[in-house]
Ligand binder design. Structure first.
Ligand code: GAR
Length: 207
């Protein structure tokens, strides 16, 4: 049975598109059963609709507090019986309920624990990497706990930072790495090869 994914996003949804492209060309044994956005104007919702996938806007500002917002999200995801929640540029903090423990993943455009946390998203990340003078950056796929960009790391991949890089040129290189790693991580989970032991991820067959 294909792994049932619920995708949460807040923006343009290129991460969602990459996952859909992998599924469509038979490179990923999964299906996206719902897409939920924290903003009604997120273009990712249009991508979902174009694909015939149920899409929902659950705007953060329509709820009195984080707990009520989270309850609305989890209710939808339970209703669709998702196996795995995939964050795809989702910008609100999650409160992870017991039944979703180690069933939520995120991709971050840097090498966690560097250049991550609240406010570290999109071009802010790459600007910080360049300002610091780091020689390498990359992408991280990790399980999600209740903190921003935090939880057991599943996969990381590096890219060089070049001396004439701009935030845009570095973002493009990192994004290419994300496009490769995220479907790879989902495929490993779909194949039942990923488990968490004492806060660390063990991948069956990896060195
Ligand atoms: C992705 O590049 C992802 O790495 C980043 O948001 C982007 C979403 O793009 N996530 C984070 O920064 C998480 N802290 P998209 O809306 O085009 O899919």
């Amino acid at each position: 049975m294909a792994l049932k994914l619920g995708v949460l996003l807040s923006g343009s949804g290129t991460t969602l598109q990459n996952i859909l492209d992998h599924i469509d060309r038979g490179a990923l044994n999964a299906s996206v059963c719902c897409v939920v956005a924290s903003r009604a104007d997120a273009y990712g919702l249009v991508r979902a609709r174009d694909h015939g996938i149920p899409d929902y806007a659950v705007p953060r500002n329509a709820y009195p507090d984080g707990a009520a917002f989270n309850e609305a999200l989890w209710a939808l995801l339970r209703q669709h019986e998702v196996d795995l929640v995939v964050l795809a540029g989702f910008m609100s903090l999650l409160q992870v309920p017991e039944d979703f423990h180690h069933r939520i993943i995120n991709v971050h455009p840097a090498l966690i624990p560097a250049f991550c946390g609240k406010g570290m998203y999109g071009h802010h990340v790459h600007e910080a990497v360049l300002a610091f003078g780091a020689r390498i950056s990359g992408a991280t796929v990790h399980f999600v706990d209740g903190e921003y960009d935090h939880g057991p790391i599943i996969l990381q991949g590096t890219v060089p930072v070049l001396q004439d890089d701009t935030p845009d040129s570095l973002a493009a290189r990192v994004q290419e790495k994300e496009r490769e790693l995220y479907p790879q991580a989902i495929a490993l989970i779909a194949a039942g090869k990923v488990r968490v032991e004492q806060g660390r991820v063990i991948i069956e067959g990896a060195e």
